[in-house]
Ligand binder design. Structure first.
Ligand code: NAD
Ligand code: MG
Length: 390
């Protein structure tokens, strides 16, 4: 039996992870779970899965949850230190890192430092802390399994050894992108996109922030950086290809001309179940892929003029140091401002570029450097949003 700590249990990845646990009660059990504010959803999770410990984002949310679940034998806690504590708890075997955004970095690292097998959905933590994150993984002998569908596909398509996938004989990585809901829109039409339109992803049902990131292609930018850290390559060795059907989840191209792809219906339960059961496989309730129904798979190049975020991410990689944390923080502020109606859709990439180009980029020597860059860049982005005219 594997004990799971589920960080971000009330989100989209959290829900899919709970589905996999529920389908395999003989293999997995929920030791602990966290959520920011969703009290009702968490109360439901407590009743269904009976975890030992639950952490909420505020004392008010914790108190409300505790009063709703008085009859349950659960330890209700709140705050950042409690998150670190559940991720590193001795009764946990695997940590599912599924908090949204930079807030996921600290508890994910706490789990890694405690040597926990880490299932990484929270791409922002790896993007911002980069080398330091991967150094901690190596130092603590951690099994790190990518849950992001593309990286999970690359992992599955790489040569396997007993301690994970390796990039032996690899020529390049082909990272697929759906292109998002505005793939074929004119720039004029994109200027007036509403949050509601941007949240409607054609193939995946996901949290708000990643849905907006998919629409601006910042998600693919973050994933480009994520792939570079995970698989020890540079953006020059990663080709981004738009594949609107989201059936080929990514590919690995080898020196002999072979290309290996991982495919499947677009459902996050597949990479989640793979991560939880690796190196074995377990059943999911995702319907098998019917090639006859899919019939046609399309591929095209991304348009970097209408979607400048993808290029910005590559730029940030080559700028090194805190550049990726700066870009990520600017983007988190931009997405939240867009969702609140404070800026337009095209302003997201504009704000990202403005912050990345004007920020003071430093080298990362300790995790504090990443937190400082995040805070600084957030302030800069917020000032630009409130001042307008960027
Ligand atoms: P979501 O918005 O649906 O859920 C986010 C979860 O994190 C919720 O449980 C929420 O309570 C918690 N949370 C949010 N802010 C927090 C904070 N400040 N402190 C503590 N907890 C907080 O998001 P999601 O779509 O499930 O995505 C989660 C992560 O997984 C993101 O990093 C995303 O990029 C990544 N991811 C998601 C998908 C997907 O299909 N949804 C695919 C690949 C990667
Ligand atoms: Mg992805």
């Amino acid at each position: 039996m594997q004990g799971i700590c589920l960080l971000g249990a009330t989100g989209s990845i959290g829900q899919s992870t709970l589905d996999v646990i529920a389908q395999h009660p003989d293999k997995f059990f929920l030791v602990s779970a966290s959520a920011n504010q969703s009290v009702d959803k968490m109360a439901d999770i407590c009743r269904r899965f009976n975890p030992q410990r639950v952490v909420m984002g505020s004392q008010a949310a914790r108190d409300e949850l505790a009063s709703k679940c008085q009859d349950l034998d659960v330890s209700f806690e709140w705050g950042a230190d409690a998150l670190d504590s559940i991720a590193s708890d001795s009764s946990v075997d695997q940590v599912m890192a599924a908090i949204m955004g930079f807030a996921g970095l600290k508890p994910t690292l706490a789990g890694i430092r405690a040597g926990k097998r880490t299932l990484l959905a929270n791409k922002e933590s790896l993007v911002t802390a980069g080398k330091l994150f991967m150094d901690e993984v190596a130092r603590n002998n951690v099994v790190l399994l990518p849950i992001d569908s593309e990286h999970n596909a690359i992992y599955q398509s790489l040569p396997q050894t007993s301690n994970g996938a390796h990039k032996q004989d690899v020529a390049s990585i082909i990272l697929t992108a759906s292109g998002g809901p505005f793939k074929s829109w004119s720039i004029e039409d994109m200027a007036s996109v509403t949050p509601e339109q941007a949240c409607k992803h054609p193939n995946w049902s996901m949290g708000q922030k990643i849905s907006i990131d998919s629409a601006t292609l910042m998600n693919k930018g973050l994933e480009l950086i994520e792939a570079c850290w995970l698989f020890d390559v540079t953006p020059n060795e990663v080709e981004v290809v738009v594949h609107p059907e989201s059936i080929v989840h990514s590919m690995v191209s080898y020196i002999d001309g072979s290309v290996i792809a991982q495919m499947g219906n677009p459902d996050m339960k597949i990479p989640i179940a793979y991560g939880m059961s690796w190196p074995q496989r377990i059943e999911t309730n995702v319907p098998p892929l019917s090639f006859v129904d899919v019939a046609r798979l399309n591929f095209e190049s991304p348009d970097l003029v209408r979607f400048p975020n993808l290029k910005l991410a590559a730029d940030a990689w080559f700028m090194e140091g805190t550049a990726m944390a700066v870009l990520n923080a600017a983007n988190e502020v931009a997405v939240s401002a867009f969702l609140k109606g404070e800026i337009g859709f095209l302003d997201i990439a504009r704000l990202n570029e403005r912050v990345l180009m004007s920020a003071d980029i430093r080298s990362i020597n300790a995790i504090e450097d990443v937190f400082e860059a995040d805070l600084y860049s957030r302030r800069l982005a917020l000032d630009l949003v409130s001042g307008g005219g960027f």
